[in-house]
Design a protein around this ligand. Structure first.
Ligand SMILES: [Zn+2]
Length: 248
């Protein structure tokens, strides 16, 4: 077994775990935004219903005010009854009162319709309002959980970085420099496992001779295509390294 290659593999596994956590951390604000969007959609449904309800209440009030005004006009017309001099004037006055009463009846019908509508909307609003509060609490809880998870991810990343620093100490400087250069150039992946003769990162075949050398595990080798360090993950030593970091 090669100690140095083992450390390079360790450093890479830690780097992969870190990259995964960073990706997860970046998802948190997106997840929170999606939760808020869902809530806002439901809230606007509620507000639309509330507007409809309030509008009906307002309309009912204005109809009732109109009815009160019409009733006052009828009272005033009736007071004029003894002032009329001719039969024609009297008939005209009766007609005026009749028209006002007809209008009141029509408005009263409208008020009844509005009352039914308001009752129905109030019932729906109550149900929606309860659901809205339930969703508001759920949103708060989910958001808090996501933030807490995100804090935990920060801690884990810091932990991985400490472990990486320890591993770096053990790697020969020229190898470490090469690892760092490769990692910078290839999106953080400087070490590639090779399975059944195929580089698992660039997916190209390793020449048979080099694969045999790799199985012998005596030199630090690289993939001839993507130039990353290569190792055989089925080798007990590297499998053990993977197992060691499984739960991170
Ligand atoms: Zn490769």
């Amino acid at each position: 077994m090669q100690e140095q290659l083992k450390y390079l593999v360790e450093l890479q596994i830690l780097e992969n775990k870190k990259a995964e956590l960073i990706r997860r951390r970046e998802e948190t604000p997106l997840k929170i935004a999606a939760l808020h969007k869902d809530f806002a959609a439901f809230e606007s449904e509620y507000l639309l219903k509330k507007t409809e309800h309030d509008h009906a209440v307002q309309l009912r009030r204005s109809e009732e005010k109109e009815i009160a005004d019409l009733e006052a006009r009828i009272r005033r017309s009736r007071q004029k009854e003894h002032e009329v001099k001719t039969n024609r004037e009297y008939q005209a006055l009766l007609k005026e009162i009749q028209d006002l009463q007809d209008e009141i009846r029509s408005r009263e019908d409208h008020v009844l319709e509005l009352m039914e509508k308001i009752e129905k909307l109030a019932g729906e609003l109550k149900t929606l309002g309860q659901e809205l509060e339930k969703r508001r609490k759920a949103l708060e809880n989910e958001e808090a959980a996501l933030k807490q998870e995100s804090d935990q991810v920060d801690d884990k990343i810091a932990h991985l970085e400490r472990l990486q620093a320890e591993v770096r100490e053990k790697i020969d400087p020229p190898l470490l420099n090469k690892w760092t250069t490769l990692a910078q150039r290839y999106k953080g992946v400087a070490v590639a496992p090779v399975s059944q003769g195929v580089c698992q990162i660039c997916h190209l075949n390793i020449p048979p001779q080099r694969f045999i050398e790799l199985l012998r595990d005596q030199d630090i080798l690289t993939c001839p295509h993507c130039h990353r360090f290569i190792y055989h993950p089925e080798n007990e030593v590297y499998r053990a390294v993977h197992d060691d970091f499984k739960d991170f």
